[in-house]
Design a protein around this ligand. Structure first.
Ligand code: FE2
Length: 327
């Protein structure tokens, strides 16, 4: 494993095999010189960097989180969070989950803070990456008040093992998982590891797990699948792609050889920094850190500027057939 790595400017040789940290702005909010002044062009370059498996870093969070909001976040009790590794905010319903219901005033404060964070992240990202704006679904935001170092969890829920993200209860059918993180800890870095990107490890895990067969074209099977979706039966809306990605997420965490022997890089995200990453293609682990905010965007696979780099494209190329469901 390499030692703590500093943020880099764009590396023209950055390939799809490992992730790089790209400093987009300086601490004053000025864009790095490598990027064009034109917002549209700059946005496309940044999309291409994300899609290649790189991480975009903002050393200073590009919108305000007030001192009052920070004080509430840092004062969070961890009783309920012991059961939920994070507190989730559902923008579509404007409600939080994962909290102790007896703390109603605190819950209301947290709901307001997470709503503000969610809206600020969506506004900022829409301006930064116009190619994705309005082509995403605003997924959950979350607050992670637990210290990650030494946090006990069952194997598949461990954050300190490298993995790509897949949400078993919120399948994407090939759309992408883009996550926006902010370290609100005033003193402590949040520490990540990244291993090889999905493009590099997909052939290994596809061979180990086997790729799903194409969805049956039989009209009776299609009707049964549609009926199962209508009845909201468990797993009915998971495409072959979603099922594979979830198995891959688990297999990566179970694979001691991959965890121990694959090349890795260590990244430190300082207090008040923000970083953006496609966590379905960057294999990542969280080693240390406490108090982080996060907003997830499910971005349409059709909005990608380099669609061949998407996990679904990589897997469909290996399989030789479609892995998504037509709805
Ligand atoms: Fe993850």
């Amino acid at each position: 494993m390499s030692s703590p790595a500093a943020a880099q400017t764009i590396d023209p040789n950055s390939g799809p095999n490992e992730s790089h940290l790209i400093s987009v702005q300086d601490g004053e909010g000025r864009y790095a010189r490598e990027f064009p002044d034109d917002a549209q062009q700059r946005g496309e370059q940044l999309c291409a960097q994300l899609e290649a498996g790189n991480i975009l870093l903002f050393p200073k969070t590009p919108f305000e989180i007030s001192a009052v909001e920070r004080a509430v976040l840092l004062g969070q009790k961890q009783t309920s969070a012991a059961y939920h590794k994070n507190v989730a905010y559902r923008p579509a319903e404007d409600r939080v989950t994962g909290l102790d219901k007896s703390e109603s005033e605190e819950n209301e404060q947290l709901r307001r803070i997470l709503r503000h964070y969610s809206q600020s992240a969506a506004k900022f990202l829409g301006e930064l990456l116009p190619a994705y704006a309005n082509k995403w679904k605003l997924d959950y935001a979350s607050y992670r008040p637990i210290e990650e170092r030494g946090r006990a969890a069952r194997l598949h829920a461990r954050n300190d093992l490298c993995h790509v993200d897949a949400f078993p209860t919120r399948p994407t059918n090939g759309d992408r998982i883009l996550r926006f993180f902010t370290n609100v800890n005033p003193a402590q870095n949040r520490v990540w590891l990244t291993a090889q990107t999905f493009a590099a490890v997909a052939p290994h895990f596809a061979a180990a797990l086997g790729l799903p067969a194409p969805p049956s074209a039989n009209p009776l099977s299609s009707s049964l699948r549609a009926l199962a979706r209508t009845m909201r039966l468990p797993g009915a809306n998971r495409s072959p792609y979603d099922r594979f990605m979830h198995r891959c997420h688990n297999a990566m965490k179970e694979d001691a050889q991959f965890q121990e022997a694959s090349p890795k890089q260590r990244w430190e995200f300082p207090p008040d920094s923000t970083w953006i990453v496609f966590t379905d293609c960057v294999s990542h682990a969280v080693l240390e850190g406490q108090y982080a905010l996060e907003q997830t965007f499910i971005v349409s696979r059709h909005a990608m500027v380099e669609p061949h780099r998407s996990p679904v494209s990589i897997l469909e190329k290996l399989a030789g057939h479609s892995l998504t469901a037509t709805r």
